[in-house]
Design a protein around this ligand. Structure first.
Ligand SMILES: CC(C)(COP(=O)(O)OP(=O)(O)OC[C@H]1O[C@@H](n2cnc3c(N)ncnc32)[C@H](O)[C@@H]1OP(=O)(O)O)[C@@H](O)C(=O)NCCC(=O)NCCS
Length: 333
């Protein structure tokens, strides 16, 4: 069976930083509260109103093309996880296709909130495994600042902007994405959603007045489900593949809250020094968190490392992937 491997990683982070000290001036909060409850110290914000999610996704994709010295017309397919597309349609994938000049590529967006990258990855993997595609760009990108109410202290402290990308190619035997698990359960859709702007509540004066174009979240309840969901799905993939904590080189968890990450690692029996965690610097970038972690740790990864990816998000959506890393990162990069 042909498997798919991640063969390159790219990313884009806006330069502007929104620190906890900045937020103290905007809403009734403290650096101490934010750090102890979430682990976040600062986030990146794409301030230019002319630039949106596709801009960040294009930059992340271009990094891969440059690093791998690939011609854009070699890309067969582009799959993008995002809940902040530039517009409802066309898809962000279309904008990225033209932005990088991938004249032979097709593609689409995947709406799975914080599981967006994992679900997009799963989708891309299947097209490689079936022999349909040879080079697939999988991107997680979100401009969360476009849907956050910066007067609401319960939401604005959490989210940031960014994009991460990976290239999938047919794997050398024994390497690549060896297994994945995906779940959705819509019964709790209303505790983490954006009410306005869709066909149920199209934009109107009323939807704007009622702040329905901002992310809505009942944080306390989402927290409970997220702890359970991330830990369950990570345990599920480890059991299916007879892995113990000792076998795993890195856990790559969605960066929602350091307490959710800690709970997942504990359940898997993985020490914290084997957990990728950059929430302090970027906050929750929704679909971008997992590839942004891979970008930050790529130089440390070695061919054959066992990596577990795990995510939980609005929908609810949640999932996990078992990856046998396919190449040596370059130390110091
Ligand atoms: C949002 C979240 C950080 C809040 O942390 P929490 O420990 O659950 O806090 P609570 O919501 O119970 O609020 C505790 C108190 O702090 C207050 N508070 C909320 N935000 C605050 C802030 N930024 N600064 C200071 N106080 C704040 C609340 O009003 C509440 O006060 P009260 O007890 O007087 O009512 C946490 O619930 C969380 O991370 N949830 C998951 C979010 C998530 O991951 N979403 C993405 C999808 S995976």
């Amino acid at each position: 069976m042909v498997r798919a491997a991640i063969t390159a990683v790219g990313h884009y982070l806006p330069e502007d930083r929104l620190t906890n000290a900045d937020l103290e001036k905007m809403v009734d909060t403290t650096d101490e509260w934010i750090r102890t409850r979430t682990g976040i110290e600062e986030r990146r914000i794409l301030k230019d109103p002319q630039k949106a999610t596709s801009f960040m996704a294009i930059e992340a994709a271009k990094m891969i093309l440059e690093r791998k010295n690939i011609d854009p017309d070699e890309i067969d397919m582009i799959v993008i996880g995002t809940v902040t597309p530039d517009m409802l349609f066309p898809s962000t994938a279309c904008l990225v296709q033209t932005g990088i000049g991938a004249c032979n590529a097709w593609g689409y967006d995947v709406s799975a909130a914080c599981s967006g990258f994992l679900f997009a990855l799963s989708s891309g993997v299947r097209f490689i495994e079936s022999g349909h595609s040879k080079k697939v760009l999988v991107i997680g990108a979100d401009k969360m600042s476009s849907i956050i109410d910066y007067t609401d202290r319960t939401q604005c402290i959490i989210f940031g902007d960014g994009a991460g990308a990976v290239l999938l190619e047919p794997a050398e035997e024994g390497y690549g994405i060896l297994d994945s698990v995906e779940h959705v359960d819509g019964s709790n859709w209303s505790i983490l959603c954006m009410h306005g702007g869709g066909s149920l509540h199209p934009a109107s004066h009323e939807t704007v007045d009622k702040k329905m174009h901002y992310l809505y979240q009942d944080g306390r309840h989402v927290f409970r489900y997220a702890v359970q969901g991330m830990a369950d799905v990570a345990a599920e993939i480890m059991e299916r593949n007879n892995l113990t904590g000792d076998d795993v080189r890195y856990l790559v968890p969605h960066q929602a809250n350091h307490r959710i990450i800690d709970a997942t690692a504990r359940r898997m029996g993985i020490e914290m020094d084997k957990v990728m965690n950059n929430i302090q610097r970027y906050g929750n970038t929704t679909a971008a968190t997992i590839p942004l972690c891979l970008a930050d740790w790529e130089h440390e990864l070695r061919k054959g490392d066992n990596i577990i990816l795990a995510a939980f998000g609005g929908g609810f959506t949640w999932g996990s992937a078992y990856v046998k890393w396919a190449y040596d990162g370059v130390p110091g990069t």
